[in-house]
Design a protein. Structure first.
Ligand code: FAD
Length: 564
């Protein structure tokens, strides 16, 4: 059913004439439609963000259990896995978005087109800013429960000149890139363009060979092969080049090695230039300067000319996440908001603040799990201080850990190297002290869960189900009955991530990595599998229909090559 079957709240939020909070800002109040006892008892639930995590939470919440307010600068949900397809017109931008209001309506919530600037934990207030018609307004939104799901932003790694790059995180990013690609092709055809300039215009450089960079390169190559060659002069083909710069020795290095190799050989066959073991030093408006490690260990500076540059080299904290992490002393992992296994923010008042999706990480417990495994394979016998672990035992342990915690398998692959690094006296065994140092390293460095849509959605759904139960419990349960006073733990299980594997589009081919050792990479069949998975994962029947039509249009008439 369409969401128009759900009733809408009558009143919008209103600004209270009373100001408050540390910054003395006006406070937004919920004007209840028809105040009754039930309404007064309901808690205010504020959700920050409108991405995978926030939207799967909003979809799972039962209507009317909370006074819900969802705050996000974008009033639509974006299906990011198809963003690379939108950069070349394989799908249209509006086919991969869904208006937030249609989703928030289902739980009778309010939506505010605004951004959260900070959280006052003591006063239970979110500081919010809205920009409309050039005017900035700041106010507080009060909460009883807060869910932070603001995602992450592109990591710049401090490289100078990134203002010359395109990013691929938002829909406007994809639209800008599509316009630039077509613009470069049109300019390359002008009689005023010299051959040298033409070559530069048609050189596309991708910095970062994770799934986003690789999928963009594959989509661009598809577009050239399937459409542009039919409509642009043949001469352009000789000048076209796609380069991928990667800091590691393989592309798609978070996937199984077999998939990396498959993707590499496919790209090499298609003439895509893979520049591995290279670090971007600087980006200029028409070139990327990088250093590359040679086989003899020597580091050489090189450059590649560029008509358009895509920057996709990982994630960093948003300003809001940064301010939260730095204001709570218990937050030790400075790369994301750390939560316990119930997704509650460490250091915030218990049961009031949750964090989910890319902005959050569940407190890493790989090392404690490793210790358990260690005990179970009897590697450690007797007194702790006498524990000795040989390299072979460590490998067995790592192998078991890889099978048991597939979500961490990529990180666990590095365990062999870590053993050697911590075997300070080169004895081939680790004593307890060395093991402790190694486990500390694992806890500090290895994040336990991937930053994917899959995880964000699972966390949103989990939290939605728990909040539904909490709303009932708050009314019906005697607080003295909670085990240790922990209501979350009493009424619901901790969050457990179920890894369904990762997919990557490789241009008329696709790859699947289950994370547990099963991999699949192939041509058309895999591509149709990739498409059908993303089709079924759509948030609404409406976007499913739009996507099906886009794919059909493309196969009949090709991509729309208009630049606007
Ligand atoms: P997001 O989806 O990024 O949403 C964050 C939301 O917070 C946005 O609505 C934003 O507007 C809002 N926001 C930001 N700041 C504030 C603020 N201060 N106040 C209020 N709201 C704010 N994952 C996969 O599993 N499979 C894939 O194939 C895949 N492909 C991808 C391709 C691309 C091009 C990209 C960019 C990502 C891809 N991902 C994929 C990763 C996936 O998109 C993210 O892991 C997922 O979006 C994380 O969900 P989230 O809700 O945490 O954050």
């Amino acid at each position: 059913p369409g969401s128009r079957n759900f009733p809408v709240p009558i009143n919008p939020l209103a600004l209270n004439p009373r100001t408050g909070g540390p910054k003395n800002l006006p406070i937004a109040e919920l004007l209840l439609d028809d105040v009754n006892d039930e309404d007064v008892k309901k808690q205010k639930l504020v959700i920050l963000g409108s991405g995978f995590a926030a939207i799967s939470l909003a979809k799972t919440l039962d209507a009317g259990k909370y006074h819900v307010v969802l705050i996000s600068p974008s009033n639509y949900f974006l299906f990011t896995p198809l963003l690379p397809s939108a950069t070349v017109g394989t799908v249209e931008p509006r086919s991969i978005i869904e208006p937030v209001r249609k989703i928030v309506n289902r739980c009778l919530g309010h939506y505010l087109e605004a951004s959260a600037l900070g959280v006052e934990l003591k006063d239970r207030l979110v500081e919010v800013v809205s920009y409309h018609e050039g005017k900035e307004r700041r106010f507080y939104v009060p909460y009883d429960k807060l869910v932070i799901s603001v995602g992450a932003q592109s990591n710049t790694h401090g490289v100078p000149g990134l203002e010359n790059c395109y990013f691929l995180k938002t829909l406007p990013d994809a639209i800008r890139m599509r316009k630039r690609i077509m613009g470069n092709f049109e300019k390359a055809c002008l009689p005023t363009t010299s051959p040298k300039e033409r070559k530069k215009l048609l050189s596309f450089v991708v910095c970062g060979a994770g799934p986003t960079g690789v999928e963009f390169a594959a989509e661009l190559h598809d577009m050239v092969k399937e459409d542009l060659v039919n409509f642009f002069p043949k001469l352009l083909r000789q000048h076209l080049s796609i380069h991928i710069i990667q800091s590691q020795d393989h592309i798609l290095n978070t996937y199984d090695e077999k998939i990396s190799k498959y993707a590499e050989s496919k790209f090499v066959k298609e003439g895509i230039d893979l520049i591995t073991n290279a670090r971007v030093k600087e980006v200029q408006d028409d070139r990327v300067i990088y250093t590359q490690k040679q086989q003899n260990g020597q580091i050489i500076e090189k450059e590649v000319e560029a008509g358009a540059i895509l920057w996709s080299t990982g994630l960093a904290l948003t300003p809001l996440t940064h301010s939260i992490v730095s204001s709570i002393p218990e937050q030790r992992n400075k790369k994301a908001i750390e939560t316990d296994s119930h997704l509650r923010v460490l250091g915030a008042p218990s049961g009031e603040v949750y964090a989910i999706g890319d902005c959050a990480t569940v407190q890493n417990n790989i090392s404690s799990r490793l210790v358990h495994l260690l005990q179970s394979i009897n590697a450690a016998d007797g007194e702790d201080s006498k524990v000795q672990l040989s390299f072979q035992q460590w490998r067995n342990l790592a192998e078991r850990a890889r099978r048991k915690f597939p979500q961490a398998s990529v990180h666990l692959q590095r365990l062999d190297k870590l053993f050697l690094q911590y075997d300070k006296d080169n004895s081939g065994t680790l004593d307890m002290k060395e093991l402790e140092a190694l486990f500390n390293h694992i806890d500090r460095k290895l994040t336990s869960l991937p930053t994917t849509a899959q995880r964000g959605s699972q966390q949103g759904k989990y939290l939605g189900k728990k909040l539904n139960k909490l709303a009932d419990a708050q009314i019906n349960i005697d607080p003295t009955q909670f085990y240790d006073g922990d209501l979350d733990d009493t009424i619901y299980k901790p969050f457990d991530f179920h890894n369904l594997g990762s997919l990557a589009y490789l241009g008329d081919a696709a790859a699947y990595d289950s994370g547990t050792g099963t991999t699949f990479a192939g041509g058309l069949l895999a591509m149709y599998l990739w498409r059908s998975v993303y089709w079924s994962e759509q948030i609404s029947f409406r976007t499913r229909c739009l996507l099906a039509v886009d794919w059909m249009k493309r196969s009949i008439w090709g991509r729309d090559l208009s630049k606007f």
